[in-house]
Design a protein around this ligand. Structure first.
Ligand code: ADP
Ligand code: MG
Ligand code: MG
Length: 506
């Protein structure tokens, strides 16, 4: 990278008579920092599986590479930071309240089921792909639980609410609320430590103070929530079941939680895929979930959020089996559905938050963070989006990045959907596009540093645990900054466009 353009790096004064100029000195400083940072990652487990090694997603300890990171923390105004942190417990409570209203969830999401059924029976098979079969299957499980009047006494939520700073309105706006498989609590906390370490050493030269990086305890606090949920279940020999994908290059993020759970609470974590749960798991007549002969106290999902996680009926059977059990589910099917984009859009409608929350102040705080959200039966908005597609993002009911539609594709897709007579429209929502300010940032990936124009997304973790009427935890717990090349629309960390980052309060 060119050292000149690095933000926060002031040209060091050339010593009289020294051969190296300021530019060169800077380059030397940056190279030193990159090396120190990469070594720190290796020594502290800030690592992911390396794409280049075919075994890195299945065999722990093989083919490790440092997680991609930003060399310096991203500047973030303290007032917006406080605002985002304050929202966490309110969103936690909202998720819990909404999860109890099964009819609301069914009504909001059932148009997709209806479309699915209509399409399945009226048209040839290939058309089913156009509607949202995945959400329909989740909803089917939810419906079954409603039919048997299943109640979850112990409810655990490990959420991450994501925000961007909109430069047009100078406001903090929510991108989405994740209620399943919120990733990077483990590695995210480490990036904050990495940046603190770097600034402790280089902060003076850079003019940056490490104390301005907020402490980040996401990993230990998520482990605490899992540990406390395990304790509520009240069976000393029970385990935590972590449901994982068969191949997972982000496994170390997950192992960090298992590690804290073991060290701080003496709780064992068992990792299983959905297929393994189907093959090896059973629910006893009293509701106990047993796997490998061990009772499961808590099921923690780090898989099951995407259609590709259910390649056959076996995986769906596993999901239903776990839902039917008395184990604490993180998330339960209801919590999972509350995190869908469709529900996000429904909650943003006038007078809907009021149905779930009592405090006017809390409602006002949440609403302030809502961007424009619309369903596609709003013809006026669809027309505007066709006219000005750059001002909108078109979102299907999906998780995990890489699914949204931007720019010209918004127009093309909307026109195509309209031609299909509105049949598939309910599978999407429209969202106001948020435009954060871009800045030049040095990013480190695979040991190489390069500089690019980037924008950042702040994720605030929240943990919620209750047992019947007793709220045991309702906390904000740490954060995750993700910084991506501004030319990339989505840019997941795993996809290779975004890097892990932390916050420098300004
Ligand atoms: P997912 O559940 O797949 O992560 P998101 O809603 O978070 O779905 O969208 C994925 C990414 O797309 C976000 O991380 C963000 O970079 C970008 N994005 C989503 N919504 C918007 C928006 N309204 N404006 C600008 N970018 C957005
Ligand atoms: Mg998501
Ligand atoms: Mg997201």
């Amino acid at each position: 990278m060119s050292a000149e353009a690095a933000p926060g790096v002031e040209p060091a004064e050339a010593e009289p008579g020294a051969a190296a100029g300021p530019g060169q000195q800077q380059a030397v400083l940056l190279a030193e920092m990159v090396e120190d940072a990469a070594v720190w990652c290796a020594l502290h487990g800030l690592v992911v599986g390396d794409r280049a090694d075919p075994r890195s997603g299945t065999v722990p300890g093989v083919g490790l590479v440092h997680a991609p990171f930003s060399l310096l923390p991203s500047r973030f105004p303290t007032s917006f930071w406080k605002q985002a942190c304050e929202l966490a417990p309110i969103f936690n409570e909202l998720v819990d309240r909404v999860s109890l209203d099964g009819e609301f969830l069914q009504a909001a999401l059932s148009r997709q089921v209806l479309n699915y059924i209509l399409t399945t029976y009226r048209f040839s098979n290939f058309r089913t792909k156009q509607v949202d079969e995945f959400t329909a299957r989740l909803l089917e499980i939810h419906e079954k639980m409603m039919a048997i009047n299943k109640k979850e006494a112990i409810r655990l939520g490990l959420h991450r609410s994501d925000y961007m700073l909109d430069s047009e309105t100078n406001s903090l706006l929510q991108i989405e609320l994740n209620t399943i498989s919120s990733s990077f609590p483990g590695l995210g906390s480490l990036v904050s430590e990495l940046h603190r370490t770097l600034l402790n050493q280089y902060g003076k030269v850079l003019g940056l103070d490490s104390k301005r990086i907020p402490r980040n305890w996401a990993a230990t606090q998520f482990a605490e929530a899992l540990g406390k949920a395990w304790a509520e279940y009240n069976n000393d020999s029970a385990v935590v079941l972590m449901v994982v994908q068969p191949e997972e290059r982000n496994m170390y993020d997950q192992y960090w939680l298992a590690n804290h759970l073991k060290e701080s609470y003496g709780v064992t974590t068992v990792r299983k895929t959905l297929a393994q749960v189907e093959a090896e798991g059973q629910v006893l007549t009293d509701g106990t979930l047993v796997i490998d002969g061990r009772t499961v106290a808590v099921v923690y999902f780090r898989a099951g959020y995407a259609p590709t996680d259910y390649p056959s009926e076996a995986e769906w059977k596993a999901r239903l089996l776990m839902e039917q059990s008395s184990a604490v589910k993180c998330p339960s099917i209801s919590y999972h559905l509350v995190g869908t984009k469709k529900i996000q859009q429904e909650l943003a409608k006038p007078n809907v938050l009021e149905r779930f929350l009592d405090s006017k102040e809390d409602i006002a705080k949440l609403r302030k963070s809502f961007a424009g959200l619309w369903s596609l039966d709003n013809e006026e908005i669809v027309k505007s989006a066709i006219e000005k597609p750059d001002l909108f993002v078109l979102k299907p009911q999906r998780e995990g990045g890489g699914n949204n539609i931007y720019g010209h594709d918004v127009r093309d897709t909307l026109i195509k959907l309209q031609k299909e007579q509105g049949e598939s429209l309910a599978a999407y929502i429209l969202m106001q596009r948020i435009f954060p300010n871009a800045s030049l940032t040095p990013l480190v990936r695979g040991g190489d540093c390069f500089e690019d124009l980037t924008i950042s997304e702040l994720g605030i973790y929240g943990a919620y645990l209750r047992n019947k009427d007793k709220v045991i935890l309702n906390n904000q717990c740490g954060y995750l900054m993700r910084t991506k090349v501004s030319s990339s629309n989505e840019g997941g960390v795993a996809a290779g466009f975004a890097v892990l980052d932390s916050v420098l309060l300004t």
